[in-house]
Design a protein around this ligand. Structure first.
Ligand SMILES: Nc1ncnc2c1ncn2[C@@H]1O[C@H](COP(=O)(O)OP(=O)(O)OP(=O)(O)O)[C@@H](O)[C@H]1O
Ligand SMILES: [Mg+2]
Length: 325
């Protein structure tokens, strides 16, 4: 039976020859954990920079076999992401301010933004103290009351400062605003998905008879929210709803990113020109200008933005306008 099995398995093995990186025989657990984190980060960076999955995987496996990329100067260009990932981990070990360090690097803004995003999204998993201490319950239990109180203060202050235009909502309130008919849905995983979602939305707006200038401004704010899911988060989703009862259109944009940091919320959402990345910080300014209301639910598991528009103001194309085209 064994021989028979070897024959069958052996044959299928030969078809899929995978090259495994060779590991030193005396490798320690800590070394391996460092290499795994470095490879994980490099694979994330590759993904954010729109490299192929294979290129990301290759970096991950390569990370396992090499002790240091920082020490081996100059680093081959194709291993640059491993070097930068290692740099981030070394800053963490040295208790440095990682976002500040990233911003000081002499590299392109694209690369900086990818690193900032990898940091934001993996803050808890890789870069926090609790990632070292396996029992993270301390973080979860203490402070939650304080955070709740802080959260409601932020909600009230932002609501008042924006004359009721910007509302922080909690996770379980999201579904209250998802009433009505879904007329368009789309996913944003990579950058090219943004124009694809825009086109989907555009077609749906035209079908609904929304006038041209309204469509243009709606697409503009939608693009800002969708771009944010790529720039600051991952796994974005858009759901466009028409609620006849409330006479509202609502655009729901969800992501599975790191969430907005509570203390940066007023700046991030209300202060024109504020950005935690190398960017203009204009997205929210536009959303606030164009939408009737902006709602945001955010937690370390992800964010949901709901943009609300008046249905009566969308200005349907008149018949005359329609036939003149
Ligand atoms: N989906 C999101 N998840 C987490 N944080 C976000 C998200 N969207 C925005 N932010 C935070 O809010 C800030 C302000 O967003 P905004 O869109 O106004 O500016 P920006 O994206 O940084 O720059 P710009 O939109 O001009 O390119 C961001 O810098 C980021 O810190
Ligand atoms: Mg933006």
């Amino acid at each position: 039976v064994r021989r028979l099995l070897d024959k069958v398995i052996g044959a299928s093995r030969k078809e899929k020859q995978i090259e495994f990186p060779s590991l030193p025989s005396d490798i320690e657990f800590d070394d391996l954990s460092f290499r795994t984190k470095r490879g994980f980060l490099a694979k994330k960076l590759a993904n954010y920079l729109d490299l192929t999955k294979e290129e990301g995987d290759a970096l991950y496996f390569k990370s396992l076999s090499n002790e240091s990329y920082l020490a081996s100067m100059p680093v081959e260009e194709r291993f640059r992401l491993l070097e930068l990932s290692e740099q981030m981990l070394c800053w963490q070990i040295g208790n440095e301010d990682i976002p500040k360090k990233i911003k000081e690097l002499d590299i392109t803004n694209n690369l900086k933004n990818a690193m900032l995003k990898a940091y934001d999204i993996n803050k808890q998993k890789i870069f926090s103290e609790s990632s070292v201490v396996s029992d993270g319950t301390k973080d979860l239990i203490t402070g939650s009351h304080l955070e709740d109180r802080e959260w409601s203060i932020y909600r009230d202050v932002i609501f008042a400062a924006t004359q009721g235009k910007f509302l922080l909502i909690s996770e379980h309130e999201i579904e209250d605003y998802c009433t009505g008919d879904i007329f368009c849905e789309g996913y944003v995983q990579t950058r090219p998905d943004i124009p694809m979602c825009r086109n989907l939305a555009n077609e749906s707006f035209i079908k609904l008879g929304i006038n041209k200038s309204t469509v243009m401004s709606w697409l503009l704010v939608l693009s800002e929210a969708l771009t944010n899911t790529i720039k600051h988060a991952e796994e974005g989703k858009m759901i466009l709803l028409k609620d006849d009862e409330q006479k509202e259109y609502r655009f729901v944009i969800k992501d599975k990113g790191p969430g907005f940091p509570l203390h940066a919320l007023p700046n991030a959402t209300l202060y024109a020109g504020f950005s935690t990345k190398k960017s203009m910080g204009q997205g929210f300014t536009l959303m606030m200008k164009i939408a009737k209301k902006v709602m945001l639910a955010t937690s370390p598991k992800g964010s949901t933005i709901i943009l609300v528009f008046e249905a009566s103001e969308e200005g349907r194309i008149t018949n005359a306008e329609n036939t003149s085209k």
